[in-house]
Design a protein around this ligand. Structure first.
Ligand code: CA
Ligand code: CA
Ligand code: CA
Length: 356
């Protein structure tokens, strides 16, 4: 970081802290309840809360994150044994007591899917617990151990990182949420000024990014997607005015194209990606390079995975399903996307710049 940037960051921390304190002091309880009630955490009809309605209960392995009662059970805040979650009736959301029950604000450390325990700052342990994904770079590596990089293997199934794993992104290589390539160094916790906290950027009740209240003081743009500090043209498209979001979006799209080409030319079976359909990668049955009716169906899920292609698809999906990755840890996401492309094609995207 340049001296100027360090200086700017240090004075803005003070401005930032003062802003947050005064903003919080004004928030009434009514406003908090209204903010929460219209947030995704309260949306009982969302797929994330209604997925199990037909079965009538949320199974043990899903309940921790899909209802407040699951988190209370996992940490033993409800008087039950900590570390275990029982199946729950459907209909729960992320209620007030998910975060306000005694003990929740002060969860000191959280275990991530890579197995690593990481410290959680005040008020953020709950967010880290649920927004961490369900797979990791190491779990992908373990599933592929001993297999030939470019040989399709019917025993390999797609590993879904799960959704909006912001806490894994933010911790970068420390949580190892994405698959990282050997011999490369990766960014760790994104120590964004002033602090790497979910709650410094998101209102914990409305969940909205505190754009006006917080970001604009330092970044001077009203759309987070337009924010950039770096001067490098990471994606090599000649545009250094686009937000860091645009640098990532181009590299992500290029990785998608590289996966399609690899599937066709090396794995030997063309693939399509369908963003809203589990398990996302399907055989392009009529080989026309796009999704046609009936192709994105579970029985037609892609089944010619090679280890190299699975690692790439996992990283592609991780980035697709953390739409805030550009703010959660832009350097880490850029590094992973560039390395994944290089692993698939033999060279990084033309003109791209890998952040150190
Ligand atoms: Ca660019
Ligand atoms: Ca771009
Ligand atoms: Ca097709």
């Amino acid at each position: 970081m340049t001296r100027l940037r360090k200086y700017l960051a240090s004075i803005s921390v003070l401005v930032f802290a003062a802003g947050v304190l005064s903003a919080q002091a004004e928030v009434s309880r009514e406003k908090i309840v209204a903010d929460w009630a219209t947030s995704a955490h309260a949306d009982v009809s969302a797929e994330a809360f209604s997925h199990w309605n037909d079965e009538g209960e949320i199974p043990e392995r899903c309940a921790l994150c899909h209802a407040g009662a699951g988190l209370r059970s996992f940490y033993g805040f409800d008087g039950s044994t900590a570390g275990e979650v029982t199946a729950l009736p459907t209909g729960g959301v992320i209620d007030c007591d998910t975060c306000h029950v005694e003990g929740a604000m002060t969860i000191a450390e959280v275990k991530f899917p890579s197995g690593t325990m990481l410290p959680a700052p005040f008020g953020n342990g709950t967010c880290f617990t649920c927004h961490q994904g369900r797979q990791s770079g190491p779990s992908v590596a373990a599933a592929l151990e001993g297999k030939e990089d470019d040989t399709p293997d019917p025993d390999i199934a797609f590993l879904n990182p799960h959704y909006k794993a912001a806490a894994a992104s933010m911790h970068g290589a420390v949580a190892a949420g994405m698959y990282e390539y050997e011999g490369k160094a990766y960014a760790g916790l994104y120590a964004h000024a002033p602090e790497p906290l979910c709650t410094s950027c998101h209102n914990p009740h409305s969940l909205e990014v505190r754009t006006e209240e917080v970001c604009e003081a330092c970044h001077r743009v009203s759309d987070p997607k337009a924010i950039r500090v770096s001067t490098e043209d990471y994606d090599g498209d000649g545009d250094t005015a686009e937000g860091i979001h645009g640098e990532i979006a181009t590299l992500h799209a290029q990785l998608g194209e590289a996966i399609f080409a690899y599937a066709r030319d090396t794995a030997g079976t063309p693939v399509i990606y369908s963003a809203g359909r589990y398990p996302y990668f399907f055989t392009d049955t009529n080989e026309n390079g796009k999704e046609d009716e009936g192709e994105a169906a579970y029985p037609n899920r892609y089944a010619s995975w090679t280890p190299r292609m699975l690692r790439a698809a996992y990283n592609y999906q991780f980035a697709a399903k953390d739409p805030g990755g550009y703010a959660h840890n832009p350097g880490y996401v850029l590094q992973v996307l560039i390395d994944t492309f290089a692993d698939l094609t033999g060279a990084p995207p033309a003109g791209s710049v890998r952040p150190d």
